[in-house]
Write a protein that binds this ligand. Sequence first.
Ligand code: OAD
Length: 231
Amino acid sequence: MKNLVVLTGAGISAESGISTFRDAGGLWEQYAIEDVATPKGWMKNKKLVTEFYNQRRKQLLHVKPNYGHIGLAELEKLFYVSIITQNVDNLHERAGSSYIVHLHGELTKVRSEKDEDLIYDLTPDRYEVKIGDLCEKGSQLRPHIVWFGEPVPLMEEAIDITKQADILVVIGTSLNVYPAAGLLYYVQTNTPIFLIDPNDVSIKRPNVHIIKKKASEGVKDLIKLLKEQYT
Ligand code: OAD
């Protein structure tokens, strides 16, 4: 079986009801990135940041995977599928995908603000974090999210996976945020790239097949094309 590597962004979860970041009405129109997604914002107001991510977690309880996520899980019957997602939601997991790299962290986890190896799972019935919730060594718990200005610990793993792609699929990302967007440059030059997005996305790579649709429709088309061309 061929290696199918999929890079996803906020757009794949849009039809599930989770807003993207940079579209009109997106999250970064409502909140300042520096307040809720930087180490500086955390040091300035831990309560505000904690509440912001509690809200995102609460939203997760009310949304479901859409066919974009589900179709990718179904593709495991035909390909070795690796998902590299910039999303911090758990919709790929809930759709049934087996191999997922969360480049920007996970909403369903928290970690010690002092020791990045002390990571804890939250559960749907205990998803809220409060100031005063501490790790076993007594430090405040913070979101397990990669904020702007922080290293991306899973980048090396994502690069290794991307280098081995026989086919790359990119879904619902504006490709504005690095290093994630730089992954595209690690595929072999002749590797076909399928890009699913209802809007124009600038992608300077050869061999790109654009499917200008929303994720759920686009993944349907993708599956048809992949079946015709690669199985
Ligand atoms: P963006 O909000 O930058 O881009 C979302 C993309 O999804 C755009 O290209 C939209 O056109 C597209 N889109 C919208 N609706 C769609 C749909 N129904 N189906 C498919 N595509 C759709 O989000 P990301 O590229 O994921 O990081 O943003 C990257 C990172 O920036 C995020 O992980 C987050 C953010 O700041 C952190 O918070 C660390």
